[in-house]
Ligand binder design. Structure first.
Ligand SMILES: [Mg+2]
Length: 306
């Protein structure tokens, strides 16, 4: 089942996430001019170093590090990793995630209860942005992969669209690692109890423009922006990855997160080798890791699958 590119695609899940995140970090809350060159410039709202990833990857790595001790992912270990990251005083924590983690819940159960207690706008993109590594821990079991994505999403985001988006995207990342295509997105949706809602959203993404889903701090528009970038850029070869990440950034607003979401799936499809080498060389961030550390971490998780 494991072709020559398999290890590269496993690594690509983490490297692609980090690359999209770090690429978008310098452009967050802006809309780059159409002729702007998109590169790993750093800066942005939180003055990132070039190549530095942000909360998206830091939280994804909390999931990944919990998954390293698999098989499966221990929810309490994920929750503890989120609190450890919160305690590092990150500059860019999302509102909803802050409201949950500021209570420093001591278990997954307590964290989910805190998340459930929140009212108002609970459909942010903060659970979708960190879901890609879940796929690596369940390459041997699609149903468990979907269930785990839901459970880890629920630690902070109980909104039904957020939960479903995590399941959908994680399933698609898993499918891309195994099959080297993007068909998992539509495949998941066709079997989902929310098929009509998501089919319409995917159709809109493929036919529309970023203005049609501009509120991409919302999980649904974030997923649409990522899917728009993936499906409307030249996709015949691995240069699809940097092209689609740049498209996410050009779409504007929550650029690091939309590019991180897209990057997890693009990396799963095209492999870590599709991330341009100058980008890979400067990736770094919490918890003191670099781009060079990510392939080994990803492969260790994948190897833990029964
Ligand atoms: Mg971020």
């Amino acid at each position: 089942m494991q072709d020559a590119g398999f290890s590269d695609r496993v690594a690509g899940v983490l490297v692609g996430t980090a690359a999209g995140d770090a690429l978008g970090a310098g452009y967050e809350f802006t809309r780059p001019a159409p002729d702007a060159v998109i590169d790993m410039i750093g800066g942005g709202a939180f003055d990132w170093a070039p190549g530095e990833w942000t909360d998206d990857t830091s939280m994804a790595l909390a999931v990944a590090l919990a998954a390293m001790h698999g098989p499966g992912i221990d929810l309490d270990a994920v929750a503890a990793g989120f609190v450890r990251w919160y305690d590092s005083n990150p500059p860019d924590i999302g509102n909803q995630t802050r409201l949950v983690l500021s209570e420093r819940p001591g278990s997954a159960r307590a964290m989910q209860a805190q998340a459930m207690s929140l009212t108002g706008r609970t459909g942010g993109n903060g659970s979708l942005m960190r879901t890609a590594p879940v796929a690596l821990a369940y390459l041997d079991d699609a149903e468990e992969c979907i269930a785990a994505a839901g459970r880890i999403g629920l630690l902070t985001h109980h909104d039904e669209h957020a939960v479903e988006a995590c399941k959908l995207w994680t399933y698609a990342v898993r499918h891309a690692v195994l099959e080297a295509d993007f068909d998992g997105v539509r495949k998941y949706v066709s079997r989902s109890s929310h098929a009509e809602f998501w089919t319409d959203r995917l159709d809109e993404a493929e036919r529309g423009t970023p203005d049609d889903f501009a509120n991409n701090g919302w999980v649904v528009h974030a997923l649409q922006t990522a899917w728009w970038a993936i499906t409307t850029t030249e996709s015949s070869g691995p240069e699809h990855l940097p092209l689609a990440l740049a498209a996410c950034v050009r779409a504007g607003n929550d650029t690091d997160t939309t590019a991180a979401i897209a990057g997890g799936l693009l990396g799963a499809r095209w492999g870590a080798s599709a991330v341009p080498a100058p980008w890979r060389a400067i990736l770094h961030g919490y918890p003191g890791l670099t781009g060079a550390d990510l392939p080994d971490l990803a492969l260790r998780i994948a190897t833990n699958c029964r």
